[in-house]
Design a protein around this ligand. Structure first.
Ligand SMILES: Nc1ncnc2c1ncn2[C@@H]1O[C@H](COP(=O)(O)OP(=O)(O)OP(=O)(O)O)[C@@H](O)[C@H]1O
Length: 314
């Protein structure tokens, strides 16, 4: 790893996953726990763990309006998967929003929403952990029943601003036009949405906000077929993140032992590569690092870039 130890140890609120090097400390942040999971006080050669195990994933199910988020999430919900419907959540929790008459939509206070979702997610993961330990589940059990899978699927076209893993539903703009027109949307609103779908607006946003981004094309599929794709994807993603998490924790443990044995910290840091384990290494607070390189064959099926509808805008 090639990272100079930076001067500052403060970490911005937006850091969701990564390893941060302060003057006297190393901090590993993981989106899997949504909080600091390890802290190393290099001077005292001490590692304090604050780990909730097994990791709990929050995954955004996002996409342009009409691509099928609601329909699909309801299908998975009926099978026992945990879903957070953001539109209902905003209403039930009185999250402040303002009406934008010109664009015929509500604009929500994203800071308030983010905070409320974070609290909700902490609650859900606590409940999950109680079940995990009281029922004596194993890691193998997690895939056996949807209730045991430590995943919260957040359904909304805003979801990718709230999660750092995302699945984008895609639909051919002509099909989308039919679906949105059937809803009685104004011509302007239909055109605005199909233009957004043609030029990948949501997908590009996901790359700005999320660490891992996947895409499912729904146009020529039934709802059940798309639901099967989504299930395959989230189970594979869970396995992959779990593996990365275990690798990262193992490395932090052995790094800790090296430091305790007196190996100079700069040598120790240079001998480990955290990126391989899916962590993003931050050498300053604005550097978001590289995206995780996909190696899992199931996840590769859903990597974005297969749809190019941009010529429709010409
Ligand atoms: N393969 C598919 N997957 C999902 N929905 C599909 C599929 N094929 C057809 N549809 C239809 O597309 C429509 C999608 O509407 P839905 O309300 O689920 O979209 P949405 O993305 O949640 O929109 P919004 O963001 O406005 O809530 C539904 O009428 C659904 O029956």
């Amino acid at each position: 790893m090639h990272c100079p130890i930076p001067k500052t140890s403060s970490v911005s609120k937006t850091v969701k996953n990564g390893v941060c090097f302060g003057k006297n400390e190393i901090m590993v942040y993981s989106s899997l726990n949504e909080k600091r999971v390890l802290f190393a006080d290099v001077d005292r050669c001490q590692f304090m763990t604050d780990i909730l195990f097994p990791p709990f994933l929050t995954i955004a199910l996002t996409g342009t309006p009409g691509t099928g988020k609601t329909e699909l999430s309801k299908t998975l919900e009926s099978e026992g998967y945990r879903i957070l419907h953001i539109t209902e959540f905003i209403k039930n929790n009185n999250i402040p929003s303002e009406r934008d008459d010109e664009r015929d939509c509500d604009v929500v206070d994203m800071d308030a929403l983010e905070e409320a979702v974070f609290e909700y997610q902490q609650q859900i993961r606590k409940e999950f952990n109680q079940v995990y330990y009281s029922d004596g589940l194993t890691l193998e059990d997690l895939h056996k029943s949807p209730q045991y899978l430590p995943v919260l699927l957040v359904e909304s076209h805003l979801a990718h601003y709230l999660c750092d893993l995302s699945v984008v539903l895609r639909t051919h703009p002509y099909t989308l036009k039919d679906r949105l027109s059937e809803r009685g949307y104004s011509h302007q609103k239909v055109m605005e949405n199909i233009l957004a779908e043609s030029i990948d607006v949501v997908l590009c946003d996901c790359f700005d906000y999320c660490r891992r981004v996947y895409e499912i094309e729904t146009t020529n599929q039934t709802i059940d077929e798309t639901a099967n794709c989504l299930k395959e994807l989230i189970h594979a993603l869970y396995d992959d993140e779990l593996k990365a998490y275990e690798g990262l924790m193992g490395k932090m443990q052995s790094l800790s032992e090296d430091v305790a044995a007196g190996v100079p910290i700069s040598d120790v840091l240079n001998s480990y590569s955290f990126e391989d384990d899916g962590a993003i290494v931050y050498t300053d607070n604005d550097d978001v690092g590289d995206y995780v390189k996909e190696k899992n064959p199931i996840l590769m099926k859903y990597t974005p870039g297969k749809n190019d509808w941009s010529e429709l805008t010409e």
